[in-house]
Design a protein around this ligand. Structure first.
Ligand SMILES: Nc1nc2c(ncn2[C@@H]2O[C@H](COP(=O)(O)OP(=O)(O)OP(=O)(O)O)[C@@H](O)[C@H]2O)c(=O)[nH]1
Ligand SMILES: [Mg+2]
Ligand SMILES: [Zn+2]
Length: 287
């Protein structure tokens, strides 16, 4: 069976990349009863005459809802120094969403041309690096070569506030991105509904979704224990707590809280975790 990846969906046409060839496919009958194919899906396709069809969706590593993308490898949190303002609260909320989906987080701090060399933002960047996160910086003139190298052979989503510089970043990395997006808005017409359209753009040897992948507010589907296990700086400690179902908030002999007290986990990240757990418990109570 021939395998490929869905890179674009427009209404009921699926563009599938197999090797170096792109096939326009339809969903075969038996598929329609199960889940719908989304971009990023690895699929089995079959050709009959001039038509091609998707026979099977292979199991997904993960799956995002907005935009619907499967098998995402990594998510770049784009955070500007100014306009809109830098916020570690927002970074950590996005970070928690990303790691919960088993996706590698990468932080990109943009608009460094708007701050001085001694700005406190650089201390925050160091704190993330010390906690083991990949952090890159960028401004109008440059995008980090290391960040560009990250895209190769990966499916990436970008996330961050409106105006943070996501589109600008992609255009700087690969000027063909602008062309690809312009073509789409021309094809769909200005202001037309684009909900049925989702596409992975080819950029720097990889694939990127053009719309933010996470909400910084919706934690209702999460479980605190699973979140703590997914946070890379917490992970080494979560199995050392006295209680197996410890959520690292008030329990005695909590290895996570001990690590915070000893400075092994950034106090600020733990505080953001506490806030998010409180948000989860509030939504549960309301139900
Ligand atoms: N000073 C400065 N401005 C920048 C930089 N990068 C982007 N901008 C400006 O920031 C504004 C927003 O940039 P976009 O790339 O459109 O932001 P976005 O994240 O794609 O925003 P949405 O599409 O609304 O989510 C634009 O006016 C850019 O010119 C930068 O490195 N330095
Ligand atoms: Mg944009
Ligand atoms: Zn604990």
């Amino acid at each position: 069976m021939e395998k490929g990846r869905i890179i674009k969906i427009i209404s009921n046409q699926y563009l599938v990349l197999s090797g170096d060839t792109k096939y326009s496919c339809i969903a075969m009958g038996k598929l329609r009863k199960g889940k719908s194919p989304i971009v990023g899906d690895l699929v089995e396709i079959e050709h009959f005459g001039k038509q091609s069809g998707i026979q099977k969706i292979l199991p997904r590593n993960n799956e995002l809802v907005r935009p619907p993308v499967a098998n995402v490898d990594q998510a770049v949190i784009v955070m500007s120094c100014k306009d809109p303002n830098f916020s570690t609260t927002l970074i950590d909320r996005l970070l928690f969403q990303i790691v919960y989906h088993n996706i590698l987080p990468i932080l990109c701090v943009t608009k460094t041309d708007l701050i001085g060399d001694d700005d406190l933002i650089y201390e925050a960047i160091e704190q993330y690096r010390n906690s083991g996160y990949q952090v890159y910086t960028g401004n109008r003139e440059s995008a980090s070569e290391e960040l560009i190298a990250c895209f190769k052979n990966k499916i990436t989503v970008l996330t961050g506030q409106s105006g943070a510089g996501k589109s600008s970043l992609l255009n700087r990395i690969d000027p063909s991105f602008r062309l690809q997006t312009q073509e789409i808005s021309k094809a769909l017409g200005r202001g037309k509904h684009t909900t049925r359209h989702c596409e992975l753009y080819e950029i720097a040897g990889g694939w990127v979704a053009d719309t933010p992948g996470f909400s910084a507010m919706d934690f209702s589907y999460m479980e605190p224990m699973k979140l703590a296990e997914a946070i890379p700086d917490f992970k080494p400690y979560v199995n050392g707590c006295r209680f197996r179902d410890c959520i690292h908030i008030n329990e005695p002999d909590c290895a996570v809280r001990n690590a915070v007290e000893q400075g092994k986990i950034a106090a600020e990240r733990y505080q953001h975790y506490q806030e998010v757990v409180a948000m989860m418990q509030q939504t549960k109570r309301r139900r």
